[in-house]
Ligand binder design. Structure first.
Ligand SMILES: Cc1cc2nc3c(=O)[nH]c(=O)nc-3n(C[C@H](O)[C@H](O)[C@H](O)COP(=O)(O)OP(=O)(O)OC[C@H]3O[C@@H](n4cnc5c(N)ncnc54)[C@H](O)[C@@H]3O)c2cc1C
Ligand code: FES
Length: 271
């Protein structure tokens, strides 16, 4: 429960409202190992504490990387930190994406907006351990071309062997030559092998509802589909009940759940 002091080493702009921060422990390297999909509780001193997914490379142990969209007081305070400032870090917390279960399978990553951040460590892991996985299919949707995260990396991933990257935006504008439409419209271009695939999905809840239906209609077994859920959090470790979602605490039992676990709740619009 006690935060460790980390120092901001770099802040880079991804889009107008989204920034990637690199943090290093003030007292030198301490392992920093995490499972792709886990999150930290980041405490901006004097402002507040909030859950943010780790978006960096799990093989890099000397720093923790976070991609943050400024939507309110605490996230705005995070993205406006200066290099050298201190941040309190608790965690990593929560469940990770099922990378062991996905070994030998094609991996389908479906992300909407900032949802690509918790999935980026999965992409690093698959690309660094190519022999363990089949094809990597990345379907990514953003509001506009200006809202696309990790643009250079998306282009680099698309050049990797056995990797397909499909991108769409809700509004293209004059200079956009790519796909326009919601992320589910990309499925008709995706080369999928449903009988031997694991899908990992993160984005707004409404997007995840439709993506899971699409994956099912393509023949993916529900037990091979995983989602990352979001709720307001306080403790991050299952004590306070703030993040309760049906029978689960998102912080402790999630944030990554199987579609089978989430399906009864996703069908109830009022939860
Ligand atoms: C497990 C987990 C991982 C997350 N990972 C990331 C991440 O990698 N990057 C990132 O930018 N954000 C992430 N978030 C969301 C982030 O924690 C919230 O955006 C943040 O707490 C908002 O705090 P604030 O004080 O800036 O905004 P507030 O002033 O609290 O809220 C501003 C607006 O955002 C809405 N809001 C607040 N919290 C949430 C939430 N959890 N989900 C949806 N809407 C919310 C409010 O209703 C309000 O409209 C994650 C959340 C969870 C639970
Ligand atoms: S945030 Fe306290 S129980 Fe989940």
């Amino acid at each position: 429960m006690v935060p460790q002091q980390y120092l901001v080493r770099d802040v880079s702009k991804e889009t107008a409202d989204t920034f990637t921060l690199k943090l290093e422990p003030e007292l030198g390297a301490n392992g920093n190992s995490f499972r792709p999909g886990q999150f930290s509780m980041l405490w901006v001193f004097g402002v507040g504490e909030l859950p943010i997914s780790i978006s960096g490379d799990p093989a890099q142990h000397d720093q923790l990387v976070y991609t943050v969209r400024s939507v309110g007081q605490a996230t705005n305070a995070l993205v406006t930190q200066a290099v050298g400032n201190g941040i309190g870090v608790r965690g990593p917390f929560g469940t990770g994406w099922p990378l062991e279960a996905a070994e030998g399978h094609d991996v389908i990553v479906v992300a909407g907006g900032i949802g690509l951040a918790p999935l980026r460590p999965v992409i690093y892991e698959v690309l660094q351990n190519r022999e363990r996985y089949g094809r990597l299919v990345i379907l990514y949707g953003a509001r506009s071309p200006h809202d696309l995260l990790y643009r250079k990396e998306l282009a680099a991933w698309a050049r990797q062997r056995d990797t397909q990257v499909l991108i769409t935006v809700d509004y293209g504008g004059m200079n956009w030559r790519g796909h326009v439409g919601v992320v589910t419209t990309l499925f008709k271009y995706a080369r999928l092998k449903p009988s031997n695939s694991t899908a990992m999905v993160c984005g707004p809840e409404i997007m995840m509802r439709f993506v899971t239906l699409e994956l099912e209609s393509h023949g993916l077994d529900r037990s091979n589909v995983y989602l990352s859920m979001e709720r307001n959090m306080k403790c991050g470790v299952g004590f306070c009940g703030h993040c309760q979602y049906g029978p689960y605490f998102i912080c402790k039992d999630g944030p990554v759940f199987s579609y089978e676990q989430m399906r009864p709740m996703l069908e109830k619009y009022e939860i």
